[in-house]
Design a protein around this ligand. Structure first.
Ligand SMILES: [Zn+2]
Length: 257
């Protein structure tokens, strides 16, 4: 750690951002392949249309996309701007986490959790699932880290409070709540504890209902065409990671303790 602390702060900031871009690039691979149950390691990146392997110099996050004008070098098909957007968002999130947590254990956890939230959001929007391959290791990680940071009792309580509440909702709503959501919120609960997982659910439901009402009003969607809950839960988790403590304090003050 002393070695890292000797690095000038501005340089460290740039390093975190570049690292974030690289992680974002890997997040793209996960977003594309995990729902198809493909390996995220092999084969290397290739064009979705002509399957030509992406050359190393054409695989630089964001920059290659701009240089190539958003097109495949081989077949010139347009590549979705979502790819560089995912890279940029991941880099900005990691940078924000670095500013918030500094070089700490919390930041180390955040470096794993934040990209996972990006991946979950993108996959849930496209496929309406949150894959087990993310949530199940997430539960293990949540319990392990939670035991270390908030104690095993609160970690277990968060696991059961989040998972139990969503399981109940799934039973009551007759399939309105997916199994992926249940496993996700159980993992979040194990990581954050019972108070913060309730905050995640509250923020997620709040954002979800605003966007839902907006969709019904603007796009004339029926209430039946379900919008996935994952992106809102991921956003709620992110907000809670950054502002969970002050928000909970605010709520307790409001209750007039
Ligand atoms: Zn191509």
């Amino acid at each position: 750690m002393e070695f890292i602390q000797a690095i000038p702060y501005p340089l460290l900031t740039v390093a975190v951002f570049c690292f974030g871009l690289t992680v974002g690039s890997f997040a793209n691979v996960c977003i594309h392949r995990l729902p198809r149950k493909e390996s995220v390691v092999f084969p290397g990146s290739h064009c979705p249309a002509c399957s030509a392997a992406v050359r190393p110099l054409d695989n630089i996050p964001v920059i290659s996309y701009i240089i190539l004008g958003g097109k495949c070098r081989d077949c010139s098909i347009r590549i979705s701007p979502i790819y560089p957007a995912i890279e940029a968002v991941t880099a900005v999130l990691l940078l924000a986490g670095f500013f918030k947590f500094g070089l700490s254990f919390d930041f180390l956890v955040y470096v794993v959790v934040a990209p996972a939230l990006v991946i979950i959001t993108a996959i849930d929007i496209e496929h309406q699932i949150i894959p087990d391959i993310i949530t199940l290791p997430g539960i293990v990680l949540g319990l392990a880290v939670g035991t270390y940071t908030i104690g095993y009792a609160n970690s277990l309580l968060g696991f059961f409070a989040g998972g139990g509440l969503f399981y109940l909702l799934a039973v009551l709503s007759n399939g309105g709540m997916g199994g992926g959501d249940i496993k996700y919120i159980a993992a979040a609960g194990a990581l954050l504890g019972w108070q913060k997982v309730l905050l995640v659910i509250f923020i997620g439901a709040f954002l979800g209902s605003i966007v839902g009402l907006f969709q019904i009003a603007v796009q004339k969607k029926s209430r039946k065409s379900l919008i996935p809950f994952g992106p809102f839960l991921a956003t709620g988790t992110l907000v809670t990671l950054f502002y969970g403590n002050p928000l909970i304090r605010l709520y307790l003050d409001y209750l007039g303790r």
